[in-house]
Design a protein around this ligand. Sequence first.
Ligand code: RRO
Length: 301
Amino acid sequence: MTTTVGSVSLVAPVMTASGTAGYGPELSAYVDLGRIGAVVVKSLGSVPWAGNPAPRVHSTPAGMINSVGLQGPGVTVWRAGELPDLLATGAAVVVSIWGRSVADFAAAAEQLVGIGGRVVAVEVNLSCPNLDGGAHLFAHDPKATRAVLAEVAAAGLPMWAKLSANTDRVVEVAAAAQDAGADAVTLANTLLGMVIDVDARRPVLGAGGGGVSGPAIHPVAVRTVYDCYAALPELPIVGVGGVVDGRSAVELLLAGASAVQVGTASFADPRAVGVVRDEVEQWCSRSGVRSVRELIGGAHV
Ligand code: RRO
């Protein structure tokens, strides 16, 4: 079940998706966090952030939409207050960071210096759909992506750039990320969306629009991973989007991901990430696959 994402070795190819498993040991009551690849914490900024007005989540056909709006305590408070308890569970940790500007990312990265140990990577969230209402996503622009990663490199951790499938430039942006020193790309964040309450004649979410996730976007994730792997075969990929069981995880591995993340499924069942991990193992046993690494990119001719 072991895999690698660039220089990072993981005990399993299944981890939590940022924003869906808190910052600390929340899921440890339901999942042995030492048996999954990593816990990817919700994106943290350089300062505490209150997030968007409620309601922030709403179910949609085959998924959900959210406009959480980056609520969080900030890197420094998290590092002192929540990280020790998370590490005590035996989890490997990937810290996700966000910013509204290149300088914000630099400040968050600076707060990570020296963190090391079982914090194995920083996932750089260049694709939040709820930053300034989705008006500008760093991940829609190769130059902006490059500029952020150049600053985050100072954290001294392997960098995973979390990108967006809202743009037809995702391969170009992934190439820019690779060029700027990213060890991997995480493909992909939620898609821009909106739900309107027809009786109230208003958007359901407090912020108006939000990010759509879950099985409805799984084929989009598969295509995005497939295209990036085909164009940039040396760039490791973490696949995310609508993984709900072993088969949907294997699908992303076959598209070219070295590991996958489980997010929305955890809202319905907090055991989901552990269940998916076990189902991948069972699928491999039944299919005569001796190592999940054999699967990576296996759907490409
Ligand atoms: O907090 C959020 O609203 C949020 C983030 Br940072 C993100 O990257 N993706 C998402 O769907 N929601």
